[in-house]
Structures are given as structure tokens and as C-alpha cells.
Design a protein around this ligand. Sequence first.
Ligand SMILES: [Zn+2]
Ligand SMILES: [Zn+2]
Length: 363
Amino acid sequence: MKAAVIDGVGQPFQVQDIDIADPIGREVLIDVRASGLCHSDMHVAETNVGFPMPALLGHEVAGVVAAVGPDVTEFRVGDHVVSSPIHSCGHCRGCLTGRPYQCRHPQETQRTPGQGPRLSRNGEALTQFIGVGGFAEQVLVHENTVVSVSKDLPFDRAALLGCGVVTGAGAAINTARIRPGDTVAVIGCGGVGLNVIQGAALAGARRIIAIDLQPGKLELAKVFGATDTVNPADGDSVQAVKDLSGGGVTCAFEVIGLKQTAMDAVAMLDIGGTAFLIGVQKPETRLEVTPFGDLMSKQKGIRGVAMGSTNLKIDIPLYAELYLQGRFKLDELVSRHISLDQINEGYELLRGGSVARSVITQF
Ligand SMILES: [Zn+2]
Ligand SMILES: [Zn+2]
């Protein structure tokens, strides 16, 4: 099949012919109809994080089930599905207590060495990025990472539900459990930040303050439900948030991955507020927070968030249904449709700080 393979860090994607195995056990083979270009693929493609190459990246996938392994019970050929990078075993403490995003054995959705690789090129195994490998005509994944969606949902919209949408909206709805009347600040209004904003709006937040340096992103933030916008280029954004919220917000979300903005998130909280860290930080970053002044006296909390505390089999169909009812925005997140051959151009746009994102719809 056709796939955009990357051979090493810093190298471009190359569209090539590779082999994909037949489904075994609980695996599902999906004909990909839409595959989103996400920042985390770019991060792995350009930064040496020790990720094994050659690899097939891509992890926001929607498509049609083409074949199922003998032990698959949940899916049939022809089902419309979304595949997600959230992996869960289904039987550990995290999974059994309704928190599959805290799974202790996510590797159980991968093949064991004796089962042979899912993806290979001329007999050499290719790494399947976060168990998906979506920049290809087909993906072969475990059924725990797949969810059925309505056939009324367009594939390009559905693909975004797998990663960016659940990461943002889930952080507001599941992790922060925002309640009507809460006040919210969101630092960074890219695809994930916009979904934090729409999750907060859906949950009934009274005030949603969007913070970004790009005026275009702040305009889009208003479309997604921001009640106020702050551009740090105009002055102290922490003070601006305090002024707008009457002293500080209940929940502040950092969606960039910088030390300073993470500390800003803590600084702009009201007494008893919580800062949620979503943006991927450098491993060596240390935050300067005082346990006495910040955490104890002001009863503030700091919480790291992974994949929006998402239970994909519950949350993805929920967002899909709300979209079909006109109560959840996905159209505004898709800026461009491209072919697999245009993947390098698509990433060039994302690198340039493009407001929304490209989705591959031609393979
Ligand atoms: Zn992603
Ligand atoms: Zn588990």
C-alpha cells in the first residue's frame, strides 16, 4: 500500500509502497479516508526524542473497516470508525475504574515480537507511531483503540476527533470538570486550545478568556466560545486575566508547553483554582512554585493532563453527536484538504503557525 514514510529525524516524508499485515486476534484493518496532520507527528519527525526510525507517523484517522481479526467482536466490515492514539488494555485498575487514559498496560494493544510486524518495507519492520501509523492507505490497529461513528459524520471532521478535539474538550469537561459559573483562561489557541474553549463553553463556564499572540487565533477563539481575548503583546496577560475575572480564574489551561506560560497559568488563578498543563513541556523544565504561598495559602492546584482524560468509546461518539446537532464545532478546524503526496507542504503550513490544520483525504 501507499504510505508516507520517514527514514530519520529531520528528513522529509517519502511516499512509498510498503506492506501491511493481515489482521490477527483483535486487530482491525481500516481503509483510511481522512488523516489529520498533528503537531506531535511534526515533533517526532524533527526532534531527536529517541523514536525508532524508519517510521510511519500519523495518528488522527477516520475510515471504513476493511477486515477484522478472528477475535474482534465490536466491529464489522463497512463500519465507519475513528482510530485514536489512546491505548488501553481493558482489564487493569485504571481501565476497570473507568479511567482507560490511566491504563497500566497500554502496550497490550501492540503486537508481541513473535507475531511479526504490522508494517514493513522490503521485509524490514517500520515503527507504527503511537500504534496507528495513519499517513497511509490503510491502518492496522487493536480494537480497543477504535470507535464506531455515525455514517452521517464526514470523514475529515471525524479524523480530528481522534486526538486534538478530545485532548482539548476532554481537558475542560473530564479533567477539570468545569461547572456552570466557573471562570476559565486558556493560554494558546491552536487546535487543542480552541477545543478547551469549546469544552468550557459546553460545560457552562461564565467567563472564558483566550490568550494568544496571534490576532487570527483570538478571532477564532471567539467563534469557539471565548468571552474575552488577551494578547500578551499588549501587556501583562496575568494582570489582564485577573482584571477580567475579578481576581483570578477557577481553571487555567496551558496549551503551549513553555515554562513561563505554565507559571503564568498558576499566577492567574483565583484562591482554590487549578492550573491544567496540556502543552508538552521539555523533560528538563522545572517550575518555580512556592508550596506555602501558592499551594497552601491560596489553595491552588497544578494538574498534568494526558489526552483530555478521554474514554474514547464514550467521548468520541458524544462529540460526534453534538456536532451533528450543530452544538459542537469541527468545520472550523479543517483548513485544507490535501493528498498524501502533499504531506510535506501540509507540515510546512503547520510549522508556519497556520491557524487550523490540513487533513489528507486523497491517498
Ligand atoms: Zn495528535
Ligand atoms: Zn488498562
